[in-house]
Design a binder for this molecule. Structure first.
Ligand code: UDP
Ligand code: MG
Length: 319
């Protein structure tokens, strides 16, 4: 597979997208057909219930270039794109959402940049249409916060929509991490990276599959897998609190030696301090727990995903 006649792979994670998936296939195939390259599209059905499969399966069965990996249940977006990449064979691999928020029409441009020699062409959103203020605000804050928290150079306002070279895919496959933050891992891998600016559209139809709970999980996976700063903050807080307590105790000792009358009102303040400190201790335990829980996950070493069945895929590479 040379760069003169490369195979282009496209990975599409799909979770309950019955309202859009037909249109997505149509638009994707339209764009890819116009590119005069050989291509394959790997749809990863991440445990969708409802009509998604009954739309997607016949479409894949009718066209050998459309492939389907059907998970046994919902494993989450990050695992779905990982599995999709595992199953691809292309010299260049594009990851794109199923809801047409990332326009497939951007792919030919990314492909050209790849041909110029960039191994990672990531989509950088210059605008986001039709998303809630809350989503845009939290995303904005989160990406900037992450950029400060990690030593890895992570671009802001960048999701998983990107084109990556086979070498990057192979490198990614050597990373066994379970609670994955794929966009961060790709930044960590290095290579020549190019920011491809595009306008993120409104969802074509249906609702977001990222409720607050999944957003928080993704954010904490990103943070915990790329930074140990929260652990240092615990240490810092502990040191400051201990130092203040020693000073305070010295003050109490000296005051009582000098015969000052104390107690009464101070008791209420004491109660406040105790609950405050309990709060600090429990938050610290929680932060620790985020790390320990992930260590536990890694130690169990369960498979990353379970494939129930596939369409048009010869070799199932599982992990
Ligand atoms: N998705 C998935 N598994 C999930 C949640 C989402 O495969 O558990 C897919 C979803 O079908 C879509 C992509 O991941 O193709 C991004 O999800 P969504 O558009 O709901 O996220 P948003 O754009 O709202 O952040
Ligand atoms: Mg979306």
């Amino acid at each position: 597979m040379s760069k003169d006649n490369p195979l282009l792979s496209v990975v599409v994670p799909v979770y309950n997208e019955q309202e859009v998936i037909g249109e997505t296939v149509k638009r994707l195939v339209g764009v890819l057909d116009g590119m005069s390259v050989d291509y394959e599209v790997v749809f990863v059905n991440d445990g969708s219930r409802g009509g998604t499969l009954s739309v997607l399966r016949p479409l894949c069965e009718a066209d050998a270039r459309l492939k389907l990996v059907n998970f046994s249940r919902n494993f989450g977006h990050q695992i779905a794109i990982t599995a999709g990449m595992d199953m691809t064979r292309g010299a260049a691999v594009v990851v794109i959402d199923a809801d047409l928020q990332d326009p497939p029409e951007v792919i030919p441009g990314m492909f050209e940049v790849w041909k110029q020699g960039y191994e990672v062409v990531y989509g950088k959103r210059v605008s986001r249409e039709g998303e809630t203020f809350f989503k845009k605000f939290t995303a904005r804050v989160f990406y900037r916060f992450m950029a400060r928290m990690t030593e890895v150079d992570m671009p802001v306002d960048t999701g998983d929509f990107r084109l990556i070279d086979r070498r990057v895919v192979d490198a990614l496959r050597r990373i066994p991490e379970r609670n994955r933050y794929v966009r961060g891992i790709v930044s960590w891998l290095g290579f020549r990276q190019y920011a491809y600016e595009y306008e993120r559209h409104e969802r074509f139809a249906g609702q977001t599959k990222y409720p607050l709970k999944k957003m928080l999980k993704l954010a904490s996976d990103g943070l915990v897998s790329f930074s140990v700063k929260p652990l240092r903050w615990i240490l810092g807080t502990g040191i400051v609190l201990s130092a203040l307590s020693v000073l305070y105790l010295l003050y109490v000792l000296i005051a009582s030696l000098c015969g000052a009358a104390m107690l009464s009102a101070g008791l209420y303040a004491l109660l406040g301090f105790i609950t405050l400190l309990l709060g600090v201790v429990m938050i610290s335990l929680g932060v620790l727990g985020e790390y320990v829980g992930r260590i536990y996950d890694e130690a169990k070493a369960r498979p990353l995903y379970i494939v129930s069945d596939t369409v048009n895929i010869e070799a199932v590479y599982e992990r």
